[in-house]
Design a protein around this ligand. Structure first.
Ligand code: 5RP
Length: 255
């Protein structure tokens, strides 16, 4: 080297951009700042909500939070919360919930959201509907100008009895909508194909809207719910009190 007597310090490491999972954790931790000792919490389902569970469990272990009980929105969350030592109760004994924290598949600019890619929409909607405050936690990939616009489905939980009849009714409802499709949700097992069954032993029909939902959300919600055989759908309209969005440039809160 031309200057052997000079020792240059190594360049500082270039920061690696946060992964999508890091962003989910950031949003979840921000939401858990709203949790106070003594609260009844609605515990969400999914890869974002699990970060909130982890954080709550951590604060309970440290004694920062005390006297918390959780109402799980799925069997999976129930098992995760039990493993983490979060005390659980149910909606029957605790019909009024102080705060629910959960992820979402899509969020529109009016705080309407789609949930249920994980199949837990019914229990989520009951528990989040029973909550004084419902905080949605997402990374910024979940933001859409219109629901249904990300190519993901709007799920509808239906009873197994006569499922082909109910599927037919759902298809008929959106007859003529360009790019619309409806499919029974299946899960692939090795060498085998099986119908997905929810925690409530129901089936799920996924509604696809190629261009997002251009119809009035309130009226299509009513129309879907009016079909006998439909139990609930995954559009949560006007339910979220705030949405915490984590992106590369930090956190935004939509209220
Ligand atoms: C499960 C849900 C989830 O909240 C939603 O699918 C988002 O999941 P993730 O946080 O894993 O992206 O509604 O029914």
């Amino acid at each position: 080297t031309p200057f052997p007597h000079l020792h240059f310090p190594p360049p500082p490491p270039t920061p690696t951009p946060p992964s999508q999972d890091d962003l989910k954790r950031v949003a979840a931790h921000r939401a858990v700042e709203l949790v106070e000792s003594g609260m009844v919490l609605g515990l969400g389902t999914g890869s974002t909500a699990i970060h909130a569970l982890d954080r709550i469990a951590d604060l309970l272990r440290r004694g920062t939070l005390t006297n918390i009980v959780g109402v799980p929105t799925s069997k999976k969350t129930e098992a995760q919360a039990l493993a983490l030592g979060i005390p659980l109760v149910d909606l029957n004994s605790h019909p009024s919930i102080d705060l629910s924290i959960d992820g979402a598949d899509e969020v529109d600019p009016h705080l309407n959201i789609v949930k249920g890619r994980g199949g837990s929409l019914l229990r989520e909607k009951m528990i989040e509907g029973a909550s004084k405050r419902f905080v949605v936690i997402v990374d910024d990939s979940k933001l859409v100008p219109r629901l249904g616009g990300s190519g993901l489905a709007v799920p509808v939980e239906i009873i197994p009895f006569g499922w082909e009849y109910t599927l037919g009714k759902l298809k008929k409802l959106f007859d003529g909508v360009t790019g619309f499709d409806a499919k029974l949700r299946m899960s692939k097992k090795v060498g085998d194909v099986e119908i997905d069954v929810t925690d409530n032993l129901n089936y799920i029909v996924d509604l696809y809207f190629e261009n997002g939902i251009e119809l009035d959300l309130g009226s299509i919600s009513d129309d879907i719910l009016r079909i006998t055989g439909v139990v609930e759908h995954g559009m949560f309209l006007g339910m979220a009190t705030e949405v915490i969005i984590a992106g590369k440039d930090g956190i935004k809160v939509m209220k």
